[in-house]
Design a protein around this ligand. Structure first.
Ligand SMILES: [Zn+2]
Length: 315
């Protein structure tokens, strides 16, 4: 009988939970809103109820053996505590492992959501078969998970791979969500690209866009780019350049064989990639640049669930 596990990815907007088998295949799933405004306690009750339902759907004789929980925040791994989650008000010093292991009577692993996403793409997605790769997501921010020698890299502070907060314009850049100036995600996240577009509009530069600045997002920009719009093309070129510089630095440092790119703004990669590749191919020195695999994510929303299967399988 195949083993099963529970896996749950908690985001600022939605929760994805699944019953998965040992190969990371999703046998059943639940999708429900995080409902910002509800207390951490109420939301936890909701999560437990959904997870119990999922557990009851396991095949006969294959009850889930463990749970992996991904959360977008800083984690104290030794104690299984979510220290803080910037996009989830009220989630401060939450003993996640204790709460869920007591409620579900099974071992629980708590993980950062970007790490779980990276593990998923590495184990079952675009990064299968690669031993050293970086997985990044272009969303509200720029998230990242790093696999070195087939293991997640945590660094000395258990908080490594904050790629979105590598400074690219520390003097004159825009203020980042972290409060600092000129981080990568101020130009290369979905939010950052929209901001660049609004900057372009405010400067009165040429564009065929006639909507309001607030309605500008990466989907709109992508549609505009397909029509050859100067603003959209400039925004994606700038994002590609910033990503190209940072990724080249990381590849030259670590000798990575692959980069997987996912997240909402990955749809614009056809316009971001040319400038990114131009920089990579001119500046990667650790191998022939054509040996570097620049890949789109394959599992996307399901990646954290597949990553959770890997973690729960080790419990
Ligand atoms: Zn920042």
């Amino acid at each position: 009988m195949n083993k099963t596990y529970l896996t749950m990815d908690v985001g600022g907007t939605n929760v994805n939970a699944g019953l998965v088998d040992g190969e990371g295949r999703i046998l059943a799933r639940r999708h429900f809103p995080t409902r910002t405004g509800r207390s951490q306690h109420d939301l936890t009750i909701d999560m437990v109820a959904n997870l119990k339902e999922l557990a009851s759907e396991a095949p006969a004789g294959a009850s889930p053996l463990g749970l992996a929980v991904g959360l977008p925040g800083w984690i104290n791994y030794e104690e299984g505590v979510l220290v803080e989650a910037p996009n989830m008000p009220g989630w401060v010093n939450v003993p996640v492992v204790k709460i869920f292991s007591e409620a579900l009577n099974m071992p629980v692993r708590l993980e950062n959501d970007s790490n779980m996403y990276a593990l998923g793409e590495w184990s079952r997605g675009a990064g299968r078969g690669l031993h050293n790769l970086l997985v990044i997501t272009l969303g509200t921010g720029v998230g990242g998970g790093l696999i070195l020698n087939d293991e997640l890299w945590y660094g000395s502070f258990s908080s490594a791979v904050e790629i979105g907060h590598i400074p690219i314009e520390p003097e004159n850049g825009a203020i980042c969500g972290c409060g600092r100036r000129g981080c990568l995600e101020t130009v290369a996240s979905a939010t950052g690209m929209s901001r660049l577009g609004r900057e372009w509009l405010a400067a009165g530069r040429p564009t065929i866009y006639t909507g309001s600045p607030e309605d500008l997002n990466t989907k709109v920009l992508h549609d505009l780019a397909l029509e050859g719009d100067q603003m959209a093309l400039a925004v994606f070129r700038r994002a590609g350049e910033a990503l190209g510089m940072i990724l080249t630095g990381i590849i030259n440092l670590l000798g990575l064989e692959g980069i997987v790119i996912g997240g909402g703004a990955a749809r614009a990669m056809d316009f971001i990639e040319p400038r990114l590749w131009e920089i990579l191919s001119n500046h990667v020195v650790v191998t022939r640049p054509e040996r570097i695999k620049l890949l789109r994510c394959q599992l996307d929303e399901d990646a954290p669930l597949a990553g959770g299967a890997v973690l729960a399988g080790r419990l």
